[in-house]
Ligand binder design. Structure first.
Ligand code: KG4
Ligand code: ZN
Length: 367
């Protein structure tokens, strides 16, 4: 979608960002107006034999891939390092080994180039992606309701302003993507499981297998998927699993996907009631947002509540560095509007846990 690039004369541009908080190694260069000059994401394959992300393997893979990825991203943008205005990196929450690799790479560049280094909260980056020019037709003005559904996170967040996020509820056990991955494993579908479950579910009947909908109708908007996962396991006695007929497996996959969608829609209804003000937009982010059935249900929900629905393109829903650059840009811009300087986080240590509630501090003088 074409857009006019707003000029931000006092902000350093463009921003190079690094993402290395889980199992995707990513680098991007984005202007302060939100124009993507280059982006690249490498998904690590070393975890496949283990059926899940192995932190040590992830950290080593980031270390191996990042230097060349940074150089390739610069080449794609047709830029020299000295043409970068600032460097940003995901500094948490996430797997500490990978975060250290990405943050140190970014800090090294910032020191060598004498540019500011901006530490980005990975969840905040997911939360602000919808505001990247061209993503939401209305630009996703504040406040909006965000559903973040990934392999590691499942939360409803009221996005009230830059630095101002209210967690309305979240999972009390597994994340939605984690549940997809575990069900895929039970059905012998490999990892990551979400896309495989969705493919198989196309051949199945979503009403064939009765499954529970934990917390459905309960007050608040917390989620629970572990009982659902156990119920799926109980449909699959160990001795039968290997020889499960394809139709039966497809019915289980479709029924599971239906149950997850029912749970998400019910919880979202409660989240909407918990907003202080009516949201401008319903936004979804995270890898599970790639699920076609869930996306269709979310669109239906938004239409029924007369809300615009924004789902970033798939490559910006899953972990990527464009969102990291954009979060750094939004932070710089919001701080500038308050008369505050560009943050310089060169001394900040990556944080495996970094709650969104800490981000309001970023909008005060002492970063
Ligand atoms: O956001 P993401 O790329 O990484 C993080 O977890 O941060 O999300 C990955 C998760 C995995 O659990 C994967 O199985 C799930 O998103 N996923 C899906 C689909 N595509 C990816 N789940 C359901 N349906 C899909 N089509
Ligand atoms: Zn993520």
């Amino acid at each position: 979608m074409p857009h006019t690039e707003p000029t931000c004369p006092d902000l350093p541009t463009p921003v190079m960002a690094i993402e290395s908080s889980c199992d995707d190694t990513a680098c991007a260069i984005v202007t302060t107006g939100g124009r993507i000059l280059a982006e690249a994401t490498l998904s690590q394959s070393g975890h496949v034999p283990f059926g899940g992300v192995v932190p040590e393997i992830a950290a080593r893979a980031h270390l191996g891939a990042l230097p060349a990825l940074v150089r390739d991203t610069l080449r794609t943008a047709g830029m020299q390092p000295h043409e970068l205005g600032a460097i940003a990196a995901s500094c948490g929450p996430g797997l500490i080994g990978g975060l250290i690799v990405g943050a140190d790479m970014g800090k090294g560049m910032a020191i060598a180039l004498d540019r500011p280094f901006i530490a980005v909260n990975h969840i905040e980056a997911h939360a602000l992606t919808a505001r990247l020019p061209g993503v939401a037709s209305n630009g996703a003005p504040f406040p909006y309701l965000l559903l973040l559904v990934s392999g590691g996170h499942c939360q409803c967040i009221a996005v009230e302003g830059i630095g101002h996020y209210r967690r309305l509820g979240g999972t009390i056990d597994d994340a939605a993507g984690e549940a997809f991955d575990k069900v895929a494993k039970m059905l012998g579908l490999g990892w990551p499981g979400g896309p495989a479950v969705e493919r198989l579910a196309r051949e199945g009947d979503p009403h064939a297998v009765p499954l529970p909908r934990p917390l459905l109708g309960r007050a608040g908007c917390d989620f629970s998927f572990s009982g659902l996962k156990t119920a799926v396991a109980q449909k699959l006695p160990t001795e039968v699993r290997a020889a499960l007929p394809r139709q039966q497996a497809a019915d289980i996959a479709a029924s599971f996907q239906q149950a997850v969608s029912d749970i998400v829609i019910d919880r979202l209804g409660h989240a909407l009631d918990m907003m202080d003000q009516r949201p401008t937009t319903l936004v979804v982010a995270g890898g599970v947002a790639a699920n076609g059935v869930l996306r269709a249900r979310l669109q239906e929900f938004a239409t029924a509540h007369d809300l615009p629905f924004a789902a970033p393109p798939l490559r910006l829903c899953t972990d990527n560095a464009v969102m990291v650059a954009w979060a750094a840009i939004e932070t710089m811009r919001a701080r500038a509007a308050l008369g505050l300087p560009i943050p310089d986080d060169i001394a900040m240590r990556p944080r495996p846990r970094w709650p969104l509630s800490d981000m309001a501090q970023r909008m005060t003088a002492d970063v």
